[in-house]
Design a binder for this molecule. Sequence first.
Ligand SMILES: [Fe+2]
Length: 413
Amino acid sequence: MQVKIKPNLAEDRVWPKEGWTRVPYWVYTDPDLYQRELETFFYGPSWNYVALECEIPETGSYKRSWIGERQVVVVRGKNDEVFVWENRCAHRGARVCWKNKGKEESFTCPYHQWNFALDGELQGVPLKRGVLRKGGMPSDFDNSKHGLKRLNVHIEGGSIWASFHETPPSFNDYCGPQVLANLNRQFPGKKLRLLGYNRQRIPSNWKLYFENLKDPYHATLLHSFLITFGLWRADTQSESIPVNSGHSLMISRNVGKKKTEATSEIMRFKEGLVLNDLDSVTPKSEFEDGKVVAITHFPSVVIHQQANTFGMRHVIPKGPGEFELAWTFFGYADDDDEMTRLRVRHANLYGPAGFVAMEDGEVLSESQLGTHHYSQHAAVIEMGGRDVEPQDHMVTEVLIRAFYKHYRELMGV
Ligand SMILES: [Fe+2]
């Protein structure tokens, strides 16, 4: 793999001798390492989630999105083709698209009004021939060489992915068979329906968000709502599967409310608590396999299916100590009214003020605070053993260990 820029790291950036069972705190705070991560993962040979097809339904519909810290625009062009280009005028670098969503026939940079077609081609330069035979562009100026920077695009069952790399691996290879099978399970090619958005800033390193999802057992301790009302428990039949390219799968089942050995150690399990409105935690059976699946698709998105809610959690880094989390909730276009109602209802578990997700934002900012000024300390990642093999339970940090094995190989740290 090729990495164009590799900032040098300070000499004391040495990984602890214990290897992947430790994560040194400088990986969450070092600005040079952060630059290297952007180049290696987001701008390298990866596939990044940018939008859902249902967000850009017609010719000219567009959505502004992000890959790492770079802004891109996802546009439906002529003949239904989807284009993703960098939101940076080929002339002086100004952003040509200033709105999050909309519909346009073409895009005009506000600065000197260079005009670009939906596919990013430059189609007009004001004063190109000058005024009164004076000025203007050189006669050999070729519009076709000054379009917007276009990215490689892949569409998988209505989800749109893009890559800055000129020759990225195939999307299938990048996912690997297990992630692809689970993507196809949730995105079987049926038309999707957009249900809504949430957006939040979390003052922590962006990797901590992936680690949060690669640590399923925290949910049995931290999230009172999940434990108490029966959506998640430590004895839930589950699988923790690390996959290539830094991805992972967490597969589980809904269990129902019950006091067991697995709940006895959990302070937050309150047998006496009842919900007056069970609708908010009671799923309608949907997938034949009865499973609940969370896919962490590195480096850009976590895809969830919990109860009847589906969500894309787009991870947008904003420096080493902060990231934006953009949630997109969706369903299938052919869902009946009752299923759509349940998908929206269960979406209350998630987002900045979700019954469950609210706590993640808080604890991640706590972890980040603990890493500042302690770069020579390290996190201990030994739950579930010290290996990186798939495990048939959730009381494990194996997915985090496997992730840092991959991370160190690519980052050279
Ligand atoms: Fe959590």
